[in-house]
Design a protein around this ligand. Structure first.
Ligand code: DMJ
Length: 667
């Protein structure tokens, strides 16, 4: 409605032609009629005919248009699209979703298709508790109250349908599309089958056999390795680490760390072509004559250990030559007042030094280089390497400051004494000290009693001071003793312990070591299954207070997963020594979770920042060399049916999963 004033204003400003638009309806009708009358009869007939034609078309097309409209408005079309809840994100068109055929390991397509925009996955459905394994309260992933609410709200069959649908959905985040779970459900373990009682039809007339091809789990590991290698080859060849999302590399020492760490894995997985290519790089490109600072421990376990083990498996002297070269270049680290080595060595200049802020070295680092240097001495018949590392062990054996066989985390390179006494852990900075006590004893043919003595005393120290059970499910864990108080936290790194304890028991050490191994293995497994992604956090905190809560809690700063090997390493030992197929099933679940949340379509796997959030696991864009050196190797050996493939009665694995022979006199 216009006021008279406004109408005047418009009329005056726009002039005659435009003012017409603002005159009233009567005038408009009169002028239309006048125009119509001015048309010829033929023109009028044509217009009327056209109008009639349009009206008839409209009447005929109405039913189909209304159907389409109805479908759009009741949501049935939406079901063809991945449901995306986050604003601003586009759904993946169903055409991009690869089909997963149960029972068949999917071959990767040459270049995966990916949507232009990042898409978040639907939240993972909380899994129903597996029927039998473990204490009942442990079978849930995620928050218990969420479970109860869900149970009340949704009919069971609908949840099952949705779960199945979700496992086949392609999910992606932050530029990395994650492919649907591969393979099929794990085969039920012997124990699960036992607990489930006789199968349907058992005891009655047998049903005709159904031929279901079991998933070849070892083959699935080879496929995972190939996928990781594809990324490394494309974007990081000859460099230390793959950054799979940014499709580039990261450098630590600049020595092709991933390639060297992966050599014996390729040999064991029988990936000949890949092995030959990598060997070509070692032959032509690898040079240790570089002005670079390397960490003594890391380069010993990954490079020296990797080269020595590849030499043993392949028999190719190239690898021994390279091992000698790096071994010799690392020796300046031992030139310290105490003979306790410095942490860092410049392998080009032949100089060594501690970190800038301290003259301490880490106890685990100086006591977990022995297997490699001892083996180098044996192969070269040059005693200097063994002499240097044995000296360290002898000093640590005699040192004050242990607590029931447990060692502090730091040792001073000037005084040769422990520092920062009062904190005792089986995790970072102390872990592989315990592992190498046992393994050196085995390597040398069980002939060095101090090593065994220290190991046995340490296990007693763990039992006496560090073990505790959670309140809800009585899960046994190894906590940290900090100035007399037990801190209920456990690094994922501690999950090497079940495997080491089992290895000791297999070699005649007390049977209760094996019992402890079984219980700790269950705890490490729960550190995976109680997380929403099925992947363990870097550090778990255990519940000692609330009987009804969860056993495993995670602090925000500890939610990452670096693709670490310790749990699958222990699963491998546990399976070899018990043949209980549940350990294989647990390993299979872990591989599937890696495939679901860490696999990057263009090649490679990435560490993630949040194991609690399947919708946003936060890829960190880094594939650690130990994923190929250790994690995939242990998974493959876990699933391999050949117990002679790296027999544990012939080889001892170093802490980076490089197998070294038990010395001949040992057998
Ligand atoms: C590896 O380098 C070795 O296993 C080491 O003993 C601990 N840290 C990583 C894997 O987690």
């Amino acid at each position: 409605m216009y006021s008279p004033l406004r109408k005047d204003f418009v009329t005056l400003t726009l002039g005659e032609q435009h003012s017409r638009s603002y005159t009233n309806g009567k005038h408009r009708r009169q002028s239309c009629w006048r125009k119509w009358k001015q048309l010829s009869r033929l023109q009028r007939s044509l217009i009327l005919f056209l109008l009639a034609f349009l009206v008839i078309c409209g009447i005929f097309s109405y039913p189909s248009l209304s159907e389409q409209w109805k479908a759009l408005s009741d949501g049935s079309v939406k079901e063809d699209w991945v449901d995306v809840e986050n604003e601003g994100l586009r759904p993946i068109h169903p055409g991009l979703i690869p089909k997963v055929v149960p029972g068949v390991v999917q071959e990767e397509s040459p270049e995966p298709q990916r949507p232009n925009a990042p898409v978040l996955p639907k939240p993972q459905a909380l899994k129903k508790p597996p029927s039998k394994r473990g204490p009942p309260a442990l079978q849930k992933r995620g928050n218990i109250s969420e479970w109860q609410v869900k149970d009340r709200e949704e009919p069971a069959n609908r949840r099952e349908d949705e779960e199945e649908k979700e496992t086949k959905t392609v999910i992606s985040w932050r530029g990395a599309m994650i492919e649907a779970e591969q393979g099929t459900d794990p085969q039920p373990s012997a124990r699960m089958k036992e607990a489930a009682g006789p199968a349907e039809g058992e005891g009655a007339s047998p049903l005709p056999p159904v031929s279901v091809k079991p998933v070849d789990r070892a083959q699935a590991v080879r496929e995972a390795f190939r996928h990781a290698w594809k990324g490394y080859k494309a974007y990081a060849w000859g460099h230390d680490e793959l950054k799979p999302i940014s499709k580039t590399h990261g450098e630590w020492f600049g020595l092709g760390l991933t390639l060297i760490d992966a050599l014996d894995t390729m040999w064991i997985l029988d990936l000949k072509e890949e092995f030959e290519e990598a060997k070509g790089w070692v032959e032509k490109e690898l040079s240790f004559s570089k002005n670079v600072d390397v960490n003594l421990f890391e380069s010993t376990i990954r490079i020296l250990g990797g080269l020595l083990s590849t030499y043993h498996l392949s028999g190719d002297p190239l690898f021994l030559d390279k091992a000698k070269d790096i071994g010799l270049r690392l020796m300046p680290a031992f030139n310290t007042p105490s003979k306790i080595p410095y942490s860092d060595v410049n392998i080009g200049k032949g100089t060594a030094h501690p970190p800038r802020w301290t003259t301490d070295s880490t106890v685990a680092e100086v006591t977990s280089i022995q297997l490699e240097f001892r083996e180098l001495s044996r192969l070269t018949q040059d005693p200097q390497y063994q002499k240097a590392v044995d000296e360290v062990m002898q000093q640590v054996h005699r040192l004050d400051g242990k607590y029931d066989g447990l060692v502090p985390m730091f040792i001073n390179t000037n005084s040769g004494k422990f520092t920062h006494r009062g904190v005792f852990t089986l995790g970072a900075r102390a872990d592989s000290y315990y592992e190498y006590l046992l393994k050196q004893w085995l390597q040398g043919g069980k002939k060095e009693p101090e090593l065994l003595e220290d190991y046995l005393q340490a296990v007693e120290g763990i039992k006496k001071n560090l073990l505790k059970q959670t309140s809800p499910s009585k899960l046994l864990f190894v906590g940290e003793l900090s100035h007399g108080r037990l801190n209920p936290k456990m690094d994922h790194l501690v999950c090497f312990l079940p495997g080491t304890l089992a290895l000791g028991a297999h070699n005649g050490l007390p049977a209760d070591h094996m019992e402890l191994a079984v219980q700790l293995m269950e705890t490490c497994h729960q550190m995976y299954v109680q997380m929403e992604t099925g992947l363990s956090p870097e550090i778990a905190h255990f519940n000692l207070q609330n009987d009804n809560g969860r056993d495993v809690d995670v602090k925000p700063a500890d939610r990452h997963n670096l693709l670490r090997p310790e749990t699958v390493e222990s699963l491998f030992y546990m399976y070899r020594f018990t043949q209980d197929s549940k350990y294989r099933d647990w390993g299979w679940e872990i591989l599937q979770s890696f495939n679901k949340y860490t696999r990057v379509p263009s090649g490679g796997y990435t560490s993630i920042g949040n194991v609690r959030d399947p919708m946003s696991p936060l890829p960190r864009d880094k594939m650690e060399s130990f994923f190929l050196g250790e994690t995939l190797k242990y998974l493959f050996l876990l699933f391999s049916d050949d117990p002679e493939l790296i027999s544990l009665d012939k080889y001892v694995f170093n802490t980076e999963a490089h197998p070294l022979p038990l010395w001949p006199s040992a057998s």
